[in-house]
Design a protein around this ligand. Structure first.
Ligand code: AHG
Ligand code: MN
Ligand code: MN
Length: 343
């Protein structure tokens, strides 16, 4: 079979009609190139002086790793000058970043988590980059973009994707018409199409949740997990397996390929916080990919992609994965207890 590079794939998508505009094609090429640069940087590890923390905190009060900041800059610099963006927002930046006036402005907004699973970097486990693309508001060419322009529900994403830097470097993309997977050929330096129309397998009894928070969950979540821990002897009548990588993007990549469910529910450690994960940078892009692969993504009560964000750095409770297992979770009742709140 002919090897189809990302460039060829994107050009073919563009030719197919309204699926892909020229600016969106450029945007994806640029982001994919930046992910390639991040991958090579990560690969150097200790030899590249990229391990460890910087000693600074991001707007969400999390300690920044050197690689968080470096990857943020790689994506920023790659995307500034191409004329495809009006503005960017990232988990590692307090406010939105406008395209400088010296460059042409484009039709899109880019939102990203430069490194997801940062706690894995120093111990040589999988991390990834997650991104989401929205349309800039009309008139963005004549006025500066504002933060409110980013506060669109996830259903309005025109594209989303992620890279996983693991044993292989993978890139997964959707433009709202199926999910496609690419693998980085490091010798050639090219992304090669390796999966078309990914569909999440059902029937895989595997869940991903940070079990150490068990005592902080609402009863509905605890019951759902306890029933699965009870295995064959419990109400599910089947044994379940558990996996938790500490990197949502790697867990979602496994679920996309093997099935199962990912949960990061609200918990009582910080009651004012709807969840740990970020709506714009993590839940929305991965939620769109999961839905496009036939799965579901909810915050415990409602569809994640329907939530209208109130702020750039909003957090959200997350339950996503194979449709059968998300439905099983929903059968434990809807939560009036705060699992679905957005702060
Ligand atoms: P980030 O590295 O971007 O801050 O995200 C980490 C997130 C997510 O990827 C992962 O599933 C979760 O935090 C891990 O949380 P625990 O520390 O509770 O395991
Ligand atoms: Mn993250
Ligand atoms: Mn991050």
């Amino acid at each position: 079979m002919a090897r189809i590079s990302l460039s060829r794939f994107l050009i073919e998508q563009q030719r197919e009609g309204d699926a892909l505009s020229a600016q969106l094609r450029l945007l994806i090429e640029v982001v994919a190139r930046a992910c390639k640069a991040i991958s090579y940087t990560i690969n150097k590890g200790e030899l590249g002086g990229i391990l460890g923390s910087l000693g600074t905190e991001n707007v969400q009060g999390e300690v920044q790793k050197k690689l968080d900041v470096l990857s943020n800059e790689i994506l920023l610099e790659a995307n500034e000058w191409g004329g495809h963006l009006a503005a960017l927002a990232s988990e590692e930046m307090d406010t939105i970043h406008l395209i400088p006036h010296r460059y042409p402005k484009g039709e899109y907004l880019l939102v990203y988590d430069p490194i997801d699973g940062s706690s894995n970097i120093d111990v040589n486990l999988s991390v990834g980059t997650i991104f989401s693309v929205l349309e800039a508001p009309e008139g963005a060419s004549t006025r500066d973009v504002r933060e409110e322009d980013f506060l669109q529900p996830g259903s309005r994403q025109v594209a989303a994707g992620y890279a996983v830097y693991g044993p292989q470097t993978s890139l997964v993309l959707t433009f709202g018409k199926g999910v496609f997977g690419f693998t980085l050929d490091r010798e050639v330096g090219s992304w090669v199409l390796t999966q078309r129309n990914i569909i999440i397998p059902e029937g895989n009894r595997e869940f991903a949740i940070n079990m150490s928070n068990h005592r902080h969950w609402v009863p509905q979540v605890r019951q759902y997990i306890d029933d699965r821990l009870a295995g064959r002897e419990g109400p599910c009548g089947q044994d379940f397996n558990m996996r938790w990588t500490g990197s949502m993007v790697a867990d979602i990549h496994r679920i996309l390929n093997r099935g199962g469910i990912f949960l990061y529910p609200w918990d009582a450690r910080d009651p004012a916080r709807a969840g740990k994960l970020r709506l714009l940078y993590e839940a929305n892009p991965l939620g769109l990919i999961i839905e496009q692969a036939g799965g579901s993504a909810i915050d415990g009560t409602q569809r994640i992609l329907d939530i209208v964000p109130a702020g750039l750095h909003d957090r959200v409770a997350v339950v996503m994965g194979a449709r059968d297992e998300v439905e099983a979770f929903q059968s434990y009742g809807s939560a009036e207890n705060g699992i679905g709140r957005v702060t």
